[in-house]
Design a protein around this ligand. Sequence first.
Ligand SMILES: Nc1ncnc2c1ncn2[C@@H]1O[C@H](COP(=O)(O)OP(=O)(O)OP(=O)(O)O)[C@@H](O)[C@H]1O
Ligand SMILES: [Mg+2]
Length: 293
Amino acid sequence: MDDGQQRMNDSEIRDALARLAKLEQTKSAFISIAAHELKTPLTLVQGYATILGERLHGRPDAEELAGLVAGILRGAQRLGEIIDDMIDVASIEAQSLELNLEPLSLDTLVDLAVKEALSGAPERQVRIYIGELAGLPYIMGDAQRLHQALVKIISNGIKYTPDGGRIDISGRLLYVDGAQSDALVELTIADTGIGIPPEELEWIFEKFYRVGDITLHSTSKSRFKGAGPGLGLTIARGIIEAHGGIIWAESPGYDEVCCPGSTFHVILPLQQGSSPARTRYLVQSGLLRSSGE
Ligand SMILES: Nc1ncnc2c1ncn2[C@@H]1O[C@H](COP(=O)(O)OP(=O)(O)OP(=O)(O)O)[C@@H](O)[C@H]1O
Ligand SMILES: [Mg+2]
């Protein structure tokens, strides 16, 4: 005892940290097991609903029932996507994400990701402007995984921006002064949405973390559905870090009326082999020059 407060000694602190690490591992294992267990009955639901849909032909109420079957299949598909996201989060935490590396054009990557993000929210009226990316060099990366990461970030931009808003995507080459071989690319995705409170900017990348608990946003211009399970940015960060890159967000604050917007920065090394820690060091050290400077 010390001035009335109980303090932990070194070995107690070590024990507590080990227990915390174990707990974190158990949580990851739980997500992985739960996701895989949910997958089997879901496949059954999808299979039976499809058969049901095929057997409706010739019935007088076929059209009405087909609508109900389509509803079951839509729900099952969304559930499947959430389960796949849980499986991805579990493999990111187990550091077992496998990358198939190939030279990639950022121009094409961003273009495809924007198309997919827009097709996932056809009812939303948010415009996306893409800056000049064609001049950027190819990066070594996993096309499917980087596509997935970009879709998650851009979809958020669409989801958390009221109708009539915009998203601007730009890119630039960064290199260590005098050593252009050691280059990185920065992609910036800036929206005119509801923004993020500064104290939560680092938390939004944690699994199942959502700002507030609001699923319906209401701005002066429109009402729109917001938060999902809170896995998108965890997956995006995991994929970017697996490539040796880093991601962070900036926002002046959260305001559904003024919509101050959010900006996401993604930095990826051109060549593989660099770690996120080194990339972070390069970004924070002030050693990087932009190709435009
Ligand atoms: N562009 C953005 N503008 C405002 N808030 C954002 C933006 N992107 C993310 N957020 C906040 O960060 C939280 C976490 O984002 P994330 O993409 O991980 O989860 P989600 O969108 O809620 O669900 P999911 O992506 O799993 O469907 C969101 O719930 C939202 O509160
Ligand atoms: Mg999301």
